[in-house]
Design a protein around this ligand. Structure first.
Ligand code: SAM
Length: 297
């Protein structure tokens, strides 16, 4: 039997850690829906981020898959380790920060050799601590070639930004990057009353299906990300001004208005638009124009 989060915290005289974003899901139906959204098939390699007290883990262990649990809180991991057996999944624990994980580790068998599954792919799941959602997203993107999909519960505002439409206030850097390497879906909302202790914010479950190569290829991810981030720093200004700032920061260029005008024309982007009015594909066309005319990668 698994302990309820309330029982666990009471019995072990432990408080939920705010800094680790410990809000435990206590609604089994929601937990089951999240796990089902991952669409696990036999033999899959599944990585759970922050299993906590096992809200999702208790369903994940019923699948005949390789299950890797990454938890930073050793006390929680100890409690869960003693409680989740028996199970159908083959389970391995990583007591560490997910942001320091080398995703290729999960593609290795117990003999340390890489599993010969083609194409090698991971399914990632987690009710993730809200404070690491941005770095985690970029950590996932960096491993997009080996991650097939992720089902994540995140703060509602964050989920809305990840899946926003062009021209809306939520559209920004993560949206442009994601739309070029992921098919992102909003699945369902989860109210704060479904957690113990309840967070102040509402949550949303999103599914990300990665594709490779990304839209920005053959540019490097770093170049594209830097380009988009720089343009969005001038969010209230026109694209013309955002690009001016990007060019100024790349010292290989003597700034000339013609240079920017030329790129905008070739990328078929109107100069008076604001960054949030430019489509993800438009950003790729523009970044490629700038890369071609010599700004170093
Ligand atoms: N999965 C559980 C659930 O749904 O009830 C717990 C979710 S709770 C929102 C977040 C979990 O992530 C906690 O167990 C916390 O200890 C863990 N965690 C926080 N930061 C982490 C990190 N950087 N790496 C791995 N786990 C982390």
């Amino acid at each position: 039997m698994l302990l309820s989060p309330k029982e666990y915290l009471y019995r072990f005289g432990k408080g939920a850690s705010k800094s680790l974003g410990q809000h435990f899901l206590i609604q089994p139906r929601t937990a089951r829906r999240i796990v089902e959204a991952l669409e696990i098939t036999p033999g899959d390699i599944v990585v759970e981020i922050g299993p906590g007290l096992g809200a999702l883990t208790r369903y994940l262990i019923d699948y005949p898959c390789d299950l890797y649990l990454v938890e930073i809180d050793k006390n929680l991991a100890e409690a869960l380790q003693t409680l989740i057996f028996p199970c159908k999944a083959s389970v391995r624990w990583y007591l560490q920060d997910i942001l320091t994980i080398d995703w290729r580790e999960f593609l290795k068998g117990s003999d340390g050799k890489e599993i010969s599954k083609a194409p090698p792919s991971l399914k990632v799941i987690g009710n993730i601590p809200y404070n690491i959602s941005s770095p985690l997203l970029f950590h996932l993107i960096s491993a997009r070639a080996i991650i097939e999909r992720a089902v994540l519960m995140v703060q509602r505002e964050v989920g809305l930004r990840w899946t926003a439409r062009v021209g809306t206030k939520d559209y920004g850097i993560p949206t442009v990057i994601l739309k070029n390497c992921v098919i992102a879906e909003r699945l369902f909302s989860v109210s704060h009353g479904q957690f113990f202790p309840p967070p102040k914010v509402e949550s949303i479950v999103v599914r990300l299906r990665f594709f490779d190569p990304p839209g920005w290829a053959p540019l490097s991810y770093e170049f594209f990300h830097n380009f988009v981030a720089e343009v969005f720093r001038q969010r209230r200004k026109t694209i013309m001004n955002g690009l001016k700032s990007f060019v100024m920061k790349n010292r290989t260029y003597a700034y000339k208005p013609d240079l920017i005008q030329g790129c905008l024309e070739r990328a078929n982007i109107l100069p008076h638009l604001r960054p949030e009015e430019i489509s993800p594909e438009g950003f790729v066309r523009l970044a490629k124009c700038f890369a071609e005319i010599g700004i170093p990668e």
